[in-house]
Design a protein around this ligand. Structure first.
Ligand SMILES: [Zn+2]
Length: 456
C-alpha cells in the first residue's frame, strides 16, 4: 500500500507550483441593492417598494502563475451589452488582469434590476430617464464592488486544492416544456405554475438534477464554496419586494454554517427550467424551496473530494449569435416603438434593449465564452438564458470531468433555445436570438471545452 502511494505523492509534490509562484485566492462581496422606486426585471410594472433582502455581488480572484482570474456573481436579473463589458473591464483593472479572464454572471432573480447602458441612453433621448435602470446607482455599484475586490487582494490566501462535490436537488426544478394528456406540447409552465393541476402533474421534463459545488482549499482549510444549480431562481416576483429569493436564502443559511468560507451561488443554464411544477407562487413556498436547495448544498459539501490544484488553463472563444428573425425586431420597427409616446413604456424599454443589441451586433462585437479548465474540473460561462440542454451537452463533451456550467453571462440574447425547442416553435418576447443560434452554441462549446494543442 505504502509503496504504491509513494510515487503518487512524489508526483503531486513535483507538480505543485514553486514557492512564490503558488496559487492564491482572494474573496470579496459588496452590497448592490437597488434603491426604492427602481425598476425590476427591466419591465415589471410594479417598481421596488420595500427591501425584503439585500442584493449582493459575491466574487473571487484566483491569483497564480498566470494572470488573475475573476468570477463575480450578482443578485441581479441581467447585465447586458455595454454594461456587461464595463463590469469586466472595471474588475480586470482592479485585479490587474485582462477582461477576458473575468467571468460575470447574474443569478437572474426577477425582483432585481436589468442593466444595459446603451439601452438606457436611448431611453434618455426620448425622455425616459432611469426607466430601465438608474445609472448613478450603477456607477456607485461599480465603485463599491471594485473597491471590495481591490481590498481583498491584500488578504489573498494560498490555495492548494480544489474540492469537488455534487448532490441531487429534490423537488425544485422542472422544465417549461410540458406534454399535455392530449399530446399537445407547450412551453407555458412558468415559475409559479404549480397551482395548475396539469402543470403540477406533468413530470419534471429535461433538467440537470445535480447541484455542483467547487471549493478552494488551503490544505485542510476551506476558503470558498461555489455552488451551481440549473433553475430559474424565483418563487414569486413582481409584488414590489426586492429580494435575493430562495437561492439567496439558501446561500445565506450556508454562509451562517461556515462563517469563514465565502458561499457563492450561481445559476446554471436554466432558460427553460423553473420551480414551476413544485411551486404555486405562495409566500410559504419561498422558504421551502430555499430549504431544498440548502439541503443539496450541504450534501454536496459533505460529499466533497479534494484534488490538488496543479494547473489552470483559460480557453475562450467569440460567439456570434444571430438576432431575432421577426419583423418586429427590425431596426425601423423598434425605433418606431421607442419613439412612440402612445405605446406602453415597457414596450419602449424592450425596443431600446433590442436596439442596443442590434447596434452591438452590427459593430461586429461577439459574445466572449470563457472556460476555466482545472484539469479534473471546468467552469464554463454561457450567455443569457441558455436552455439546460446546453449544460447537459457540455457535460457530454467531457464525460469524465466535473463540468460546472454557469448561465446568465452576457444577457442580451435572452432565451437561447436548443434546436429541439426551435423545432417546436418556442416563442417568447424575451427571445432575442434567431434560429441559427443552436449551431453557433454547439461550436462554441466544442471550442472551449475540448483540450487543444495550445493548452499549457
Ligand atoms: Zn428568465
Amino acid at each position: 500500500m505504502t509503496r504504491r502511494l509513494l510515487p503518487i505523492l512524489l508526483l503531486v509534490a513535483i507538480c505543485r507550483p514553486a514557492p512564490g509562484d503558488e496559487y492564491r485566492l482572494a474573496t470579496f462581496s459588496a452590497d448592490v441593492t437597488i434603491p426604492l422606486g427602481h425598476r425590476c426585471m427591466g419591465i415589471l410594472p410594479t417598481k421596488a417598494q420595500r427591501i425584503e433582502s439585500p442584493l449582493e455581488a459575491r466574487g473571487f480572484v484566483l491569483l497564480g502563475p498566470g494572470k488573475p482570474i475573476v468570477l463575480l456573481a450578482f443578485d441581479w436579473c441581467e447585465i447586458r451589452n455595454d454594461s456587461y463589458d464595463e463590469w469586466r473591464r472595471a474588475c480586470a483593472k482592479a485585479a490587474g488582469t485582462d477582461a477576458e479572464r473575468v467571468l460575470v454572471s447574474s443569478l437572474h432573480q426577477h425582483d432585481a434590476p436589468v442593466v444595459d447602458s446603451g439601452a438606457q441612453k436611448l431611453l434618455d433621448a426620448v425622455g425616459l430617464q432611469t426607466e430601465l435602470f438608474d445609472p448613478a446607482f450603477h456607477d456607485e455599484c461599480v465603485r463599491r464592488v471594485t473597491a471590495a475586490l481591490t481590498e481583498s487582494l491584500e488578504q489573498a490566501r494560498p490555495v492548494t486544492h480544489l474540492g469537488l462535490g455534487q448532490a441531487r436537488v429534490q423537488k425544485v426544478a422542472s422544465n417549461r416544456r410540458v406534454e399535455l394528456p392530449d399530446g399537445r406540447v407547450n412551453y407555458s409552465r412558468g415559475s409559479n405554475s404549480g397551482g395548475n393541476a396539469a402543470f403540477a402533474a406533468a413530470d419534471d421534463g429535461l433538467i440537470d438534477p445535480n447541484l455542483k459545488t467547487i471549493s478552494f482549499w488551503n490544505g485542510d482549510e476551506p476558503l470558498l464554496a461555489l455552488h451551481a444549480y440549473a433553475t430559474h431562481p424565483m418563487s414569486y416576483y413582481g409584488r414590489g419586494g426586492v429580494s435575493w429569493d430562495f437561492v439567496g436564502i439558501a446561500r445565506d443559511r450556508r454562509q451562517r454554517d461556515q462563517l469563514d468560507v465565502l458561499q457563492i451561488y450561481v445559476s446554471g443554464c436554466s432558460g427553460d427550467v423553473t420551480a414551476g411544477k413544485y411551486n404555486d407562487g405562495s409566500p410559504a413556498m419561498r422558504p421551502l424551496l430555499a430549504d431544498r436547495l440548502y439541503q443539496a448544498m450541504t450534501k454536496a459539501w459533505e460529499q466533497t473530494e479534494r484534488v490538488p490544484l496543479e494547473r489552470i488553463t483559460v480557453r475562450r472563444t467569440e460567439l456570434d449569435l444571430p438576432f431575432h428573425e421577426g419583423d418586429e425586431f427590425r431596426r425601423e420597427a423598434m425605433e418606431k416603438v421607442l419613439h412612440n409616446e402612445e405605446v406602453d413604456v415597457r414596450q419602449r424599454i424592450l425596443a431600446a434593449m433590442g436596439l442596443a443589441s442590434l447596434d452591438r451586433i452590427e459593430q461586429g462585437r461577439g459574445i466572449d465564452v470563457p472556460c476555466v479548465d482545472f484539469g479534473p474540473a471546468q467552469i464554463l460561462l454561457l450567455p443569457g438564458e441558455s436552455f439546460v440542454g446546453y449544460q447537459l451537452d457540455a457535460q457530454k463533451l467531457r464525460p469524465d470531468s466535473f463540468v460546472m456550467t454557469i448561465g446568465y453571462g452576457e444577457c442580451w440574447p435572452g432565451y437561447i433555445p436548443t434546436q429541439a425547442a426551435f423545432d417546436e416553435h418556442f416563442g417568447h418576447s424575451w427571445r432575442w436570438v434567431g434560429p441559427d443560434a443552436p449551431k453557433a452554441m454547439r461550436t462554441a462549446l466544442e471550442q472551449v471545452l475540448l483540450p487543444t494543442a495550445n493548452d499549457q
